[in-house]
Design a protein around this ligand. Structure first.
Ligand SMILES: [Zn+2]
Length: 148
């Protein structure tokens, strides 16, 4: 089966773009869903690859949806992730036959997922613990029951 994510160098014409359109299931990228990070949608990939002098240049756009826990109330929330116009540049001499976009896409996905999210971008439960934020030294640390 033809793999869309393998970019064959000798098929790229100089100064001509090759378009890569794909919809990837998270399993295609060897991503396993975890309790705290669930991929809710396939990853939509739109990329352009081209050769410029001694380099392979790939312009990447990604779109997907994940589910992650709110840092305040721990409720799972869904977040749309949009990655626009990122560039991957690889020297042609490092590429044997084809460049495998798979690992780079996987890395990009994880890099773009925010490590801190609140439901509705401002958790309603934040009100309840506002006082604790003002007094961080208090012994009953508000996050202690969020830990497993
Ligand atoms: Zn919340």
């Amino acid at each position: 089966m033809e793999n869309n994510l393998h970019i064959f160098i000798d098929r790229l014409k100089d100064n001509k773009e090759e378009k890569i359109l794909d919809t990837l299931a998270s399993e295609d990228l060897d991503i396993k869903n975890e309790k705290e990070l669930i991929f809710k949608s396939p990853i939509e990939l739109e990329a352009k690859a081209y050769k410029a002098s001694e380099e392979l240049i790939i312009n990447v756009n990604l779109k997907f949806r994940v589910s992650i826990p709110c840092k305040i109330c721990n409720k799972l929330i869904e977040k749309d992730i949009n990655v626009k116009n990122l560039y991957i540049i690889e020297s042609l001499e490092n590429i044997k036959i084809f460049y495998d976009l798979k690992y780079e896409i996987k890395n990009l996905c994880f890099l773009q997922i925010p490590s801190y999210v609140e439901c509705l971008d401002s958790c309603p439960s934040r009100q309840n613990i506002k006082n604790y934020f003002k007094e961080p030294k208090k012994e009953n640390f508000p996050f202690s029951d969020l830990k497993e």
